[in-house]
Design a protein around this ligand. Structure first.
Ligand code: GLU
Length: 419
């Protein structure tokens, strides 16, 4: 079976067919530049010691320091980290952010740890990788099952290792430690601005029906933003199950349930909200399907069941290459991850800029800049897709690869890599 990275690289090959490229460019982008692996050992609350596998991959730094989140997940693997770092390389290039791509992970179920164990693990990660990480070298951020609190602990650890406060070393921090306004809902908001911008072309509008798979940071904010714009949320799921209500679900109730007894607690005959199997959400009757959790949700086995007109990938890699071909044949438009979920890293970039300037922007400024970046790059990708008669995903890769190739060539033959 081919690795996840091999599968992801098929998208690079596909994009390369649409450009005249030097072979050097592909050779440079086909392999991760550097992946560091370590076992983190921490003291548990009961006095015992426990160890966890951890990685940090710097995939490519041609366009700037590597950038990408750290995920805490029991099924994390090195192959997944490298694939996610590859996607970050292209995501930053699509958005024209002055960054390369990176990613990190710890193989752990964070829900099984106490808060102080989680803090020790987060600090241990920074201790182990502090030589690789740095504001001009590699800049982490939150990802699946990590958050502002964890970023704050890591920033604090880095400051104590270096002996100086260095907020630009990590983004997605608490506001009190130099985090940016608007970073918390940035992933969803970027996808939301993109969808609204292309609404007419996509044949969508208020009252369009939306199904959201995953109700974490990205999914829950997307539900709130879309329902605020008049869209109807007809199904949502989380790791425990899914609910379906053809007439729409009140999002405030969902948000309250998320904080309280869990999403599934809103299911009930009186409200016409039914509990359905988690995987049934892919084929639910809707106009927009929003995968907002993990990779490989839509695969060769279920792609043909998708009834949505549009898929907005707030997750990284939720559609496999085989599924992509099926969706394209069936006329389903996919707004690809490296564009649709790039709002997160875009506001991370704003955070890094603010940290370096020591001057902080208003939330209106953040929203305005995010909106114009999403619209400009989204429009460029959309026009490229139309001009070449290719999918938005292929167009996003072509758009990014053009920028990467230009930078690779500009570096010359003795390319400098910050080691
Ligand atoms: N983890 C997010 C992503 O996959 C954000 C990365 C960042 O802000 O650096 O895009």
């Amino acid at each position: 079976m081919s690795s996840m990275l091999d599968q992801a690289l098929t998208r690079l090959d596909d994009a390369a067919r649409h450009l005249t490229l030097d072979q050097d460019v592909l050779e440079k982008l086909k392999y991760p530049r550097e992946t560091t692996k370590t076992r983190l050992m921490i003291r548990m609350d009961d006095g015992s010691r426990k160890s966890f596998m951890a990685w940090r991959c710097r995939y490519d730094d041609t366009r700037g320091p590597t950038k990408g989140g750290i995920r805490f997940h029991p099924e994390a693997t090195m192959d997944e980290v490298e694939t996610l770092a590859f996607w970050m390389t292209f995501k930053c290039a699509v958005m024209n952010l002055p960054y390369g791509g990176g990613k990190g992970a710890v193989q752990v179920d964070p829900h099984s740890l106490s808060k102080s164990e989680l803090e020790r693990l987060s600090r241990a990660y920074m201790q182990a990788f502090s030589n690789i990480i740095g504001p001009d070298r590699d800049i982490p951020a939150p990802d699946v099952y990590t958050n502002a609190m964890i970023m704050g602990w890591m920033a604090d650890e880095y400051a104590s290792i270096m002996g100086r406060v260095t907020p630009a070393v990590i983004t997605g921090k608490p506001i009190a430690l130099g985090g940016s306004l608007g970073r918390d809902d940035a992933t969803a908001r970027g996808g939301f601005y993109l969808l609204r911008h292309l609404e007419q072309e996509l044949g969508l509008g208020p009252n369009s029906r939306v199904a959201i798979q995953g109700f974490g940071n990205a999914g829950s904010h997307m539900a709130r933003l879309l329902s605020g714009a008049g869209y109807r949320i007809v199904a949502v799921s989380d790791s425990r199950g899914a609910i379906h209500a053809p007439d729409g679900i009140d999002v405030d109730r969902l948000l309250a349930a998320k904080k309280g007894d869990g999403l599934m607690s809103v299911a009930g005959r009186r409200d016409n909200i039914t509990a359905i199997a988690s995987d049934a959400i892919v084929g639910i009757d809707c106009d927009v399907l929003v995968p907002a959790a993990l990779e490989n949700l839509i695969h060769a086995g279920n792609a043909a069941t998708v009834t949505a007109k549009v898929v907005v990938e707030l997750a990284n890699g939720p559609v496999t290459p085989e599924a992509d071909a099926i969706l394209e044949r069936n006329g389903v438009m996919v707004l690809p991850d490296i564009l649709a979920n790039a709002g997160g890293v875009t506001v991370s970039y704003f955070e890094w800029v603010q940290n370096r300037q020591g001057y902080y922007w208003t939330v209106e400024e953040i929203h305005g800049r995010l909106k114009s970046t999403m619209e400009a790059e989204g429009r460029a990708v959309w026009e490229l897709a139309r001009a070449r008669m290719i999918s938005p995903r292929s167009a996003a890769y072509v758009h990014a690869l053009g920028r990467l190739a230009e930078a690779i060539e500009a570096h010359g033959t003795q390319q400098f890599f910050i080691t």
